[in-house]
Write a protein that binds this ligand. Structure first.
Ligand code: PFF
Length: 463
């Protein structure tokens, strides 16, 4: 049976569903938490400009590459690499990339997702009322370093994710994305409105939109590339996994650009929520680092709306619900990466596959969670488990995986196959195709190798 049958349960039923699911994977904590943090730490607008350039020149082409590989595979990523390479050169092993990456990425992502769920719960119970900035620092430190509490919330996030994935492609992933993504947008727009009406909002806007190029150095460039990869979910094979469920009439290039557009918009809007809010309180700095979302912001909500407690309550609640939903649509895609393999290749029922992967991820996520507390002193290559997983995923596997997929599609696979995927067997005009092919054959691999060489100190050509 062809999986291209629109009624098949293993295909996204609609084109909108396919875009929303991929956008759901892309839009996540990376946009609402990591993007403002990175922007804050690396000097604001200049970082954003470099990030957008990476997004267009590397992120989108790699995303489209993942789409093409996944859809060609017709419901199976491992099969896709095998089939497209004709069994040459060991490329079939690339099919295991999403399986392994899925475990790694979900295990540490779920920890922060768990924190957001806890903060949403606290907001719901009005737990932030009357607290001072010192209370927020103490609370977050106590919570994140506790051995049991964060693990409970992480387990809850993993359980919800598992439930959605177990329901299947259409009833779980597609329906979940179709409900959560529009809600996320509504929440964001409401919060942007509130934030922009605060006193001194213009200082936040200045920070976000006025570039200071004197801050640009190799760390900023690397971080911008890492952020572009992480935010678009490219390089791990996650989008290959989703593209297996794309119908044959989906325009891959257009979808890639739409997803990148949605993702960037959400990141910028998150910046518009966070920086004006932070700048509205004298003395608070927009470069407060990862604690921005869990220490600075709840404090901001209390101080800014202190006179109108109901506003402080609503603003906090909506903000953390937004984070939870953003995290969920991404964690679903992470779990699916590994669960799909157990379901399709090892022929386990989908719910059982989802439960097995979730259980392993939960154990790994405990290690990551404890690296903020009881296991703080256990390090590998100088990093705790959380930082190690983040390093492996964002700094290593994403760029290397992205580069290998470009080389695979640009050099190994027959050009006719690539062209057929990009033009939907000649039924679409694809004016960007020559540029896209040039990027995946030359620009992306060379660029990623140079950036790595620079990072390893082989030669310092950036700064
Ligand atoms: N893009 C997601 C975010 O911005 O939060 C994170 C992510 C999802 C990374 C899926 C990797 C992945 F495979």
């Amino acid at each position: 049976m062809s999986t291209d049958n629109h009624k098949s349960k293993n295909v996204f039923a609609s084109k909108v569903g396919a875009i929303l699911a991929a956008a759901g994977s892309a839009v996540g904590l990376g946009n609402v938490w990591r993007f403002p943090t990175e922007t804050g730490e690396h000097g604001g607008a200049a970082f954003i400009l470099i990030y957008v350039v990476f997004m267009l020149l590397l992120g989108v082409p790699i995303m489209v590459t993942e789409f093409a590989i996944g859809r060609h595979g017709n419901s199976d990523v491992t099969g896709a690499f095998q089939k497209m390479s004709g069994g040459r050169g060991g490329w079939k092993w690339m099919g295991l990339l999403p399986v392994v990456s899925g475990f790694l990425v979900l295990s540490y992502y779920a920890v922060v997702a768990g924190w957001t769920l806890y903060y949403a719960f606290e907001a719901l119970m009005n737990g932030f009322a009357g607290k001072t900035s010192t209370d927020f620092v103490a609370d977050f430190t106590a919570f994140s370093s506790d051995s049991a509490q964060p693990v409970f919330w992480t387990a809850l996030i993993i359980a919800i994710t598992c439930g959605i994935v177990a329901l299947g492609v259409q009833k779980g992933i597609e329906r979940g994305s179709k409900i959560m993504m529009p809600m996320l947008f509504i929440f964001i727009v409401v919060l942007v409105g509130c934030s922009l009406s605060l006193p001194n909002a213009n200082l936040g806007l200045k920070f976000l939109f006025q570039p200071d190029f004197s801050k640009v150095n190799s760390t900023v460039i690397l971080s911008a590339m890492g952020q572009a990869f992480f935010s678009l979910s490219v390089g791990l094979g996650c989008l290959c996994t989703y593209a297996c469920y794309f119908r044959k009439d989906v325009d891959l290039m257009k979808d890639g650009l739409s997803v990148a557009g949605i993702d960037t918009l959400v990141a910028l809007l998150s910046g518009l929520i966070i920086f004006p809010a932070v700048c509205s309180i004298p003395g608070l700095q927009p470069d407060a680092g990862p604690s921005l979302v869990f220490i600075t912001l709840p404090n901001v909500f209390q101080q800014v709306f202190g006179n109108v407690p109901v506003l402080a309550y609503l603003f906090s609640l909506i903000f953390y619900l937004l984070l939870v939903m953003a995290a969920l649509t991404s964690s679903i895609s992470m779990l699916e990466m590994s669960a799909a393999y157990f379901h399709k290749k090892l022929r386990l029922p989908r719910p059982m596959a989802a439960v097995i992967v979730s259980a392993v991820c939960l154990i790994l996520s405990m290690f990551c969670s404890w690296s903020f507390g009881a296991w703080k002193d256990i390090t590998i290559f100088g990093m705790g488990f959380f930082d190690l997983f983040d390093f492996l995923v964002a700094k290593l596997i994403m760029p290397v995986g992205g580069m290998l997929m470009c080389i695979f599609l640009g050099w190994v696979v027959d050009e006719k196959v690539l062209r057929a995927e990009m033009t939907n067997n000649g039924t679409l005009r694809s004016p960007l195709y020559p540029t896209y092919r040039f990027i995946i054959r030359y620009f992306a691999p060379v660029c990623i190798i140079l950036i790595f060489a620079n990072e390893l100190g082989l030669f310092n050509f950036i700064f």
